[in-house]
Design a protein around this ligand. Sequence first.
Ligand SMILES: [Ca+2]
Ligand SMILES: [Ca+2]
Ligand SMILES: [Ca+2]
Length: 465
Amino acid sequence: MGRCVRAASFFGLCVAVCLAGNAAIAEPQGGNPNRPPVMHMMRPHPGPPENSRANVGSCGGCGTPPLRYGGGAVQHRPRVFLVLWGSRWSTDGSGSSSAESTLFRSLGGSHWNQVLSQYTDSSSQVFNDELLLGTWTDPVGPSGTVDYTAVLNEAAHASAVNGWQHTADTQYFILPQQGSSISGAGSFCAWHSNGASGGNNFYFSLIPYVGDSPFASGCLAYGNGSVSQTMTYVSSHEYAETTTDPTPYSGWVTSDHSENGDLCAYAPGVGLFGVTVTMTWSNSDNQCVSSDPFPPYNSFLLHATSGITLADAPNFQWGVGDYNRDGIPDIYAIKVKNTGGTAEVHILNGANTNSFLLHATSGITLADAPNFKWAVGDYNRDGIPDVIAIKVKSTSGSAEVHILNGANTNSFLLHGTSAISLTDATNFQWGAGDYNRDGTADVFAIKVAQTSGSAEVHILNGAVS
Ligand SMILES: [Ca+2]
Ligand SMILES: [Ca+2]
Ligand SMILES: [Ca+2]
């Protein structure tokens, strides 16, 4: 890790990669099938004065942008399993296990994780929906020195015992208990790798107990001296790298094998979710970042239940308008089946979608309701959105526009014809909005069949013209 950002005196250390001692135990997916797995290491903290922004994110000779795609897979939808390896974890007082759990319950959907979504492989991008799918404390700790083979075997063991998945999107985080003997301790703070066991491929990270010597002296600076915060810092580093380069170095790496965490390894830790995380390299920002914005329609403004049951939902057609004029659009649910006699207008409060603002009958009979398409817009300019019922079947010649008064849905504001013929009406989808800003809702007729090439937008003027 990090050799691109190190002083020259560190260069020899940085370029070293550790190959598994037993090449027969596993073959990676992708890349050169004849090379042994790579344990991609996060090196100890260099300490001041290297710990400054001046040493972050530059990569002499790596090009711009520094991370290049190597042709292999990324993880599209990372799924994480935590393995607390050994019963000593159950009495550990560092707070590390809960901090790790917090980290991996928080990444999915976060602005931090959004940074990774820019990286793609030949099939798709990385999606921002990481999940922690399981945590397990293995009561039996490491039986000897923890090396590549032991970590691979522990991942496979955890999978077998718990029935956990081992897909191309799965990440196993192996956390040996305090006091474990770790192969190569002192030369790294964590590493990630991949390999096969029992015919199954695993992607996994070793997160040592960083309070143990010699990790404490070289690694705790990442978490400002805190064991738990260092654990989450290095875990976020390995997570980001496993996601974008699950089979080192076939994913997103620099020309000299730095991954997205390495380029930012000496950036200060960032407090997020109540834990400490690393920055990661963003090609699109051309710097180390801890946040990227969501593109339009990629973040939610609300997740909520509603006052309409799933069993009842198929009976409704839907629209949106601010019925109670509190500035928050409400949901017009127009019940067109299984009512007492008329189409019904039910309005869910946008400010609390489990409560209703209105339950009302309407001037349209249940028998007639299937002939209509529905939209919502203010026709009479009283500020209350009205229900626009567009009759597309069983009329005398044209599609018809019937408008139920939002202030009294049993009365009509309009029974009208339209400029669209009945024979043409079935070629459209419908909406409403004030296209010409005169205050009167216009009807949007989107023609999705029988056009000369594209879907067409036709807008019927709601005003006398
Ligand atoms: Ca409202
Ligand atoms: Ca109105
Ligand atoms: Ca208008």
